[in-house]
Design a protein around this ligand. Sequence first.
Ligand code: ZN
Length: 77
Amino acid sequence: MGLMIPCPHCGPREYTEFTFGGELRELEAPDPQADFERVYLRENLPGPQRERWFHALGCRRWLTLTRDIARNEVLDA
Ligand SMILES: [Zn+2]
């Protein structure tokens, strides 16, 4: 079984129902270089990471969760 994501609207679902929305970082003042780095230069470090996921095959809503990258486990949602 793969990663289970707890959707607040649909309950626990397989990650294959979701589209990965990227790592969630602090918003900064508008800056093209910072936007480029935020979108394309992801840190992807082992350990906890705040992420956005879109429940494409469910309620079609976005959610934010914390996932341990090394263990591929959802820590909180
Ligand atoms: Zn859902």
